[in-house]
Ligand binder design. Structure first.
Ligand SMILES: [Zn+2]
Length: 479
C-alpha cells in the first residue's frame, strides 16, 4: 500500500513538473522573445523586433524541457555567410550540440559548408539550396517514433527512419532518437541568424509510425556519414514521373536529385521564354535545376543570362553531323552510320573535343557512349590514346565526367585514368520513365573501385562563377 502511495506521489510530482517545465502534449506552444524565459536557456542572444539575434559563433538557445516526439517549426532568416544548426534529441543540456543535427546554411554553391538548409547532417545530407539569405523561411522538423522529417518552406529536404539495429560509427553515437533537448546554435562567426516565432507541438509517445522505410542500406548510410555528395545529377521527369515522386524516391534511397530539362531544337524548352517559364515553375523544388543542352543547335537558341539561371548545365556527344553531312543520333540505330569503325571512333573523339572545347557546359554526360552496332567492342575501340584525348579536353575546360548508371559507362579503366588526371565526377541515371530510376548501382561500384572521396565530386558553380557568363556561347554550332 505504502509503495503504491509513494508511486502516486511521484507520478503527481512528475506530471506537475512536466506541466511547469515544458509545453503540453497535444498542444501547440508558441515561443518568442516575450516568453522565452519560460522555455529557453539563452547564451549570447540579443533580441530585436524581428526576434532572437544570434551573432557570434556558439551563440544560441536550448530548451529547458525535453521532448521525444514532436512537430517543431521556426521562422528563420540568415544574412550572408551565417551558418547554424538545429539540434534535437540532445541527451544533455550541457552539450546541446550532441543529437541529431539539421543544418542552416543558405550560402551559394562552393561557398561555406556544402550541406545546405534542411540537411539532416551525416544521416541524410541535403546539398540543394532551399532558402536564400535575407528572406524568412520556415524550418520544420517532425519526429514520430523512429521517423524523422525535415522540411524547408513545406518542401521535404530529408526523411529518415532510424532502424532497430542501429549501427553508427563512434563519432555519431549521439545521433540517436531520445527524449532530449532542442537547440538552435550559430556554428560560425560570419553573418547573423535571426529566429522569429517558434512553435512546438509535443506528441504522444509512439514507438513506430513510419509507413515507408527511409533506410537505404549500409553503403548509402556510410557515404552520408562521410558527408559524401551522393547525388543523381541526371534525372528526368519522363514517362509520368512527377517532381514529388522523384523527390520521394531520392529520399527513400538516401541521395539528392538534379532534375534536367531537355533544351534544344524541337524540344519543349527551346528559347529564353520557355526556359524562364520552366524554371519559374520548379524554382522552389528541393532539387538541382538542370539544363540538358540538346543537339548542337542549343548554343544559338538561348542567352547566357537565361542559361546561367540553371544550377549547372550538361551535354553529351550523341548528336552531331558526320563528314558526309548526316545528322547522327547515336542511340537511334536508324540514325547512326558506322561505315568504318576506326574512322568512326576518330570522328567521335574529334566531336567530343569540339563540343567540350567550345560549349560552356559543366558536365559531359552519357560519356563515351557507342552506338549499339559497335558497343560490344567498347574496350578495344576506346584505346588509351583516345581515352586520354577525351580526358585532356575535359581537364582543360574544367568539365566534370558523368559516371552513368544506365549505360554503365565510362568503363572502370577509363574512370581510373580520369581520376589519375584529377577530373571531377558526377553520377547520373538518365532515366527514361518512372520504372528505370535504379539506385546508382554502377556509380556505387565506381565509388568503391576508384576510392572516390568528397573532393572528387563536382558541385554546382557559384552564381558569380558560371562558365556561360564568363565565356559566353559560341557563335556557331560546334559539331
Ligand atoms: Zn538526359
Amino acid at each position: 500500500m505504502r509503495f503504491t502511495y509513494l508511486l502516486h506521489l511521484i507520478l503527481i510530482a512528475f506530471v506537475f513538473c512536466s506541466c511547469k517545465t515544458g509545453p503540453k502534449k497535444g498542444e501547440i506552444t508558441k515561443i518568442d522573445t516575450s516568453n522565452a524565459g519560460k522555455y529557453l536557456t539563452q547564451n549570447d542572444v540579443t533580441t530585436s523586433s524581428e526576434g532572437f539575434l544570434l551573432k557570434n559563433q556558439s551563440s544560441g538557445f536550448t530548451s529547458k524541457f525535453k521532448v521525444r516526439n514532436f512537430e517543431f517549426s521556426a521562422k528563420v532568416k540568415t544574412t550572408a555567410g551565417a551558418e547554424g544548426i538545429l539540434v534535437f534529441a540532445a541527451p544533455e543540456v550541457s552539450s546541446p550540440d550532441k543529437g541529431y543535427i539539421v543544418k542552416i546554411n543558405n550560402s551559394d554553391y562552393r561557398v561555406g559548408n556544402p550541406q545546405k538548409t534542411g540537411s539532416l547532417s551525416k544521416i541524410r545530407n541535403n546539398f540543394v539550396r532551399t532558402a536564400i539569405d535575407n528572406e524568412w523561411f520556415n524550418l520544420s522538423v517532425i519526429v514520430k517514433g523512429n521517423y524523422i522529417k525535415v522540411s524547408v518552406n513545406n518542401k521535404i529536404t530529408s526523411e529518415y527512419t532510424e532502424p532497430d539495429n542501429l549501427k553508427r560509427p563512434a563519432e555519431l553515437t549521439d545521433h540517436v532518437l531520445a527524449n532530449g533537448f532542442l537547440s538552435i546554435i550559430k556554428s560560425n562567426a560570419e553573418g547573423e541568424l535571426i529566429i522569429g516565432e517558434i512553435t512546438i507541438l509535443p506528441l504522444e509517445d509512439v514507438l513506430k509510425t513510419s509507413l515507408v522505410i527511409y533506410n537505404a542500406g549500409e553503403v548509402v548510410d556510410s557515404l552520408n556519414q562521410q558527408e559524401f555528395p551522393l547525388i543523381d545529377f541526371h534525372g528526368h521527369l519522363k514517362g509520368g514521373l512527377t517532381m514529388d515522386q522523384a523527390c520521394q524516391y531520392a529520399r527513400i534511397n538516401g541521395y539528392n536529385y538534379g532534375i534536367a530539362a531537355n533544351c534544344g531544337l524541337k524540344f519543349p524548352v527551346t528559347n529564353d521564354s520557355t526556359l524562364n517559364a520552366y524554371l519559374d515553375k520548379i524554382i522552389n523544388e528541393p532539387v538541382f535545376k538542370v539544363m540538358q543542352c540538346e543537339g548542337r543547335e542549343w548554343v544559338t537558341l538561348f542567352s547566357p543570362a537565361a542559361v546561367a539561371r540553371f544550377d549547372y548545365i550538361f551535354t553529351d556527344a550523341m548528336t552531331w553531323t558526320d563528314h558526309k553531312g548526316r545528322r547522327l543520333r547515336l542511340w537511334m540505330p536508324a540514325e547512326t552510320f558506322v561505315d568504318d569503325e576506326q574512322q568512326f571512333m576518330d570522328m567521335l573523339v574529334g566531336k567530343i573535343e569540339a563540343i567540350i572545347g567550345n560549349e560552356p557546359v559543366d558536365i559531359y554526360v552519357n560519356p563515351t557512349f557507342l552506338p549499339a552496332k559497335i558497343a560490344a567492342d567498347y574496350d578495344r575501340l576506346w584505346t588509351p590514346e583516345r581515352m586520354d584525348r577525351v580526358i585532356k579536353v575535359l581537364k582543360n575546360n574544367d568539365v566534370a565526367l558523368e559516371i552513368n548508371a544506365r549505360y554503365k559507362i565510362p568503363s572502370i579503366a577509363f574512370l581510373k585514368r580520369a581520376k589519375e588526371a584529377g577530373l571531377k565526377f558526377t553520377f547520373g541515371t538518365n532515366n527514361t520513365s518512372n520504372n528505370d530510376l535504379g539506385q546508382l548501382e554502377y556509380c556505387l561500384k565506381a565509388i568503391k573501385e576508384l576510392g572516390l572521396t568528397t573532393d572528387d565530386i563536382f558541385l554546382p558553380r557559384s552564381a558569380k562563377d558560371k562558365k556561360v557568363m564568363k565565356s559566353g556561347l559560341p557563335s556557331k554550332i560546334t559539331g
